[in-house]
Design a protein around this ligand. Sequence first.
Ligand SMILES: *[C@@H]1O[C@H](CO)[C@@H](O)[C@H](O)[C@H]1NC(C)=O
Ligand SMILES: *[C@@H]1O[C@H](CO)[C@@H](O)[C@H](O)[C@H]1NC(C)=O
Ligand SMILES: *[C@@H]1O[C@H](CO)[C@@H](O)[C@H](O)[C@H]1NC(C)=O
Length: 380
Amino acid sequence: MEFWRVLVASGVLASWILSVGSADLPVCQFPAIYNFGDSNSDTGGISAAFEPIRAPYGVGFFHKPAGRDSDGRLIIDFIAERVKLPYLHAYLNSLGANFRHGANFATGGSTIRRPNETIYEYGISPFSLDMQIVQFEQFKARTLELYNQAKDPSEKAKLPRPEDFAKALYTFDIGQNDLSVGFRKMNFDQLRAAMPDITNQLASAVQHIYKQGGRTFWIHNTGPIGCLPVNLFYNLHPDPGYVDQYGCVKGQNDMAMEFNRQLKERIIKLRTELPEASIVHVDVYTAKYSMISNTKNLGMADPLKVCCGYHVNYDHVWCGNKATVNNTEVYGASCKNPSLFISWDGVHYTEAANKFVADHTLNGTLSDPPIPITQACHKQ
Ligand SMILES: *[C@@H]1O[C@H](CO)[C@@H](O)[C@H](O)[C@H]1NC(C)=O
Ligand SMILES: *[C@@H]1O[C@H](CO)[C@@H](O)[C@H](O)[C@H]1NC(C)=O
Ligand SMILES: *[C@@H]1O[C@H](CO)[C@@H](O)[C@H](O)[C@H]1NC(C)=O
């Protein structure tokens, strides 16, 4: 490690180290993953807290609804596979959960900032990031107490080991809903003005976990929200200039890129504030957009086509729902081959798309520093 630092400090060999160096670092033995986020990484939180997500969600991989907004696995599931840990159970799931190797605090609809308490907004989760951090702190204190009281080894085996919190991988994928709430309530200038507060609150979440002993952080930026097919459900004939050549809403993607620019800057500052932390910024935006802009070569369907649900003209029956259209009962069914689609339900990605993003981010190609997730415990 010291040898490493000296070389980097000398500057001369720094670029050589970054190009070949991570190959020399040992693989990290993460004993657990703690995840914070929204529906992009919810593995059962919203389903446990409210109504279960119903079929045909989960049909592809789990062969039943699995608390995920997709036909199969999410990026967080591919992360778990890559670091050789079991899929994460939702913290909110009181039945059958095993938290030995981590917990998932993400819930569909979560924002970084607290939702408005006076007006309930449809689809927005009460478990905003600050709440998820409070839940994590309670989880850590409570499991420690239970671990120390447990007499039976089989009881202990379901709980995280106290020493594992410092060695765990802490992952974040949140911010997309702060943008979508922003699009509904503010103009672009107001939203841009709110971004420093939003990125500061994400930084504050990381600081809280650092205080609790966490040292390895893997932070996704936000995706090209303007490319979600839902944006055009009620706007079938957008004005020229409103969308780009792939059908993505340009103004929304510009806001996402501005958010990501500010997030990256905030993360760079965070590294100086938390000197012992390894904080990896992951450019999920670029992975998703390169997939969306390259569907022809990838052999995938038009990125604005939706696999599950009935969306014809202005009639919309969402995935898994039933409704009457022209006096006919219509079911929002799954397409035959979800693996050819990018969008599962108009808002969430298919497992195939999630796998593409995981394959292009977990090896470090789109990370800063450019380090694979399997070696992310090493501070660069
Ligand atoms: C919450 O919504 C109400 C009603 O629209 C608005 O007056 C208030 O400013 C909002 N508060 C926040 C924190 O956005
Ligand atoms: C309902 O009517 C519209 C217009 O005639 C048609 O395009 C659409 O396919 C119909 N939908 C169903 C489910 O029959
Ligand atoms: C990471 O994986 C992607 C997709 O397979 C590949 O294009 C890229 O070259 C890989 N990068 C490294 C550094 O292995």
